[in-house]
Design a protein around this ligand. Structure first.
Ligand code: NAD
Length: 284
């Protein structure tokens, strides 16, 4: 069994991340002393340092694993010894396991994390047609997770239409058993939201800095489920308005906690306690 864990998160502007505490508390509960550092490129000390140098440094210093976030989830792939097939298919890695020889393997636990959160929070929800708003970093993981969950048709809208088209094409290409996916313009969003069975927000709209809702909720019926990946705040305006209509809702904590659960299990080889990790996440 792993006797201790040295872990880190590489990304930009990550000082408020709740992930370090989730890993350190879970490690302690398994009697595995765990240190989890944020390696934030917005720190002036790291101004001239590239991802390759940070990754090589972590391997040389004996790190056991890393989480990777914006803006490096795609760039890191070319620097790894091996990439898990799911992460390779979506072309995004958020978790790197470093073995005792320094060999690096990349995974994507955002995909497995969103899927696990969905199964737990929206079990049995109808998924023939789902509208996803936002096709950026989180949106890629959500789109591939929805495809793996077996939805019929994914309708993707993004202010950057080409990004939505790119994600739709990637999902169609990577999903042999045929999730249909297509991009729509924002002018078609309300109509699509009115007839979909589910809506997922994967944009930052709903955060304090981006107030409002990504779609006019007056078009959403009470039998439509609504999910949000934003977790700061957990109760976004979108979810509050959907809940007031009687819709089933799923907040961003499911994805955030489950990506950490899956990463902890990859780092430690131990089964994480979902309830404990959730409580740590909510204790901030
Ligand atoms: P990003 O910048 O990579 O992508 C956001 C996408 O949304 C962009 O493609 C942008 O064009 C699009 N967009 C923005 N406003 C829009 C609007 N009004 N209508 C349509 N499209 C719009 O950002 P990201 O990394 O994907 O993060 C998005 C949100 O997800 C953030 O709030 C982040 O905190 C959250 N997030 C949550 C989790 C989790 O575990 N719950 C994980 C990652 C990110």
């Amino acid at each position: 069994m792993t006797s201790s864990l040295l872990l880190g998160l590489i990304g930009d502007g990550i000082s408020a991340s709740r992930t370090p505490r989730m890993h350190e508390n879970e490690g302690a509960a398994h009697s595995i002393p765990t240190i989890y550092r944020t390696i934030d490129i917005s720190n002036p000390r790291l101004a001239e340092v590239g991802l390759e140098e940070l990754l090589t440094g972590a391997v040389r210093l004996g790190f056991d694993g890393l989480n990777i976030t914006h803006p490096f989830k795609q760039q890191v792939i070319g620097l790894l010894d091996e990439v898990d097939p799911v992460a390779a298919r979506i072309n995004s890695v958020n978790t790197v396991v470093i073995d005792s020889t320094g060999r690096t393997t990349g995974f994507n636990t955002d995909v497995t994390g969103f899927a696990a959160g969905f199964r737990a929070g929206l079990d049995g929800a109808a998924t023939e047609a789902v509208v996803q708003i936002g096709a950026g970093g989180a949106g890629r993981a959500v789109g591939f997770a929805l495809a793996e969950l077996g939805i019929g048709e994914l309708i993707i809208a993004d202010t950057d239409v080409r990004r939505a088209e790119g994600l739709a094409a990637d999902i169609v290409e990577a999903t042999p058993v045929g999730t249909r996916a297509k991009a729509i313009g924002l002018d078609e969003l309300e109509g699509a939201a009115a007839s979909a069975q589910g809506i997922v927000n994967a944009t930052p709209v709903g955060m304090k800095a981006y107030p409002g809702t990504p779609v006019d909720t007056s078009v959403i019926g009470s039998d439509t489920w609504v999910a949000d990946v934003v977790y700061f705040p957990l109760e976004t305006q979108l979810l509050a308005e959907a809940r007031a209509k009687g819709c089933r809702t799923l907040d961003g904590s499911g994805m955030a906690v489950n990506q950490a659960i899956d990463a902890f299990e990859l780092f430690s080889g131990q089964k994480a306690d979902p309830q404990r990790m959730r409580e740590t996440f909510l204790s901030f």
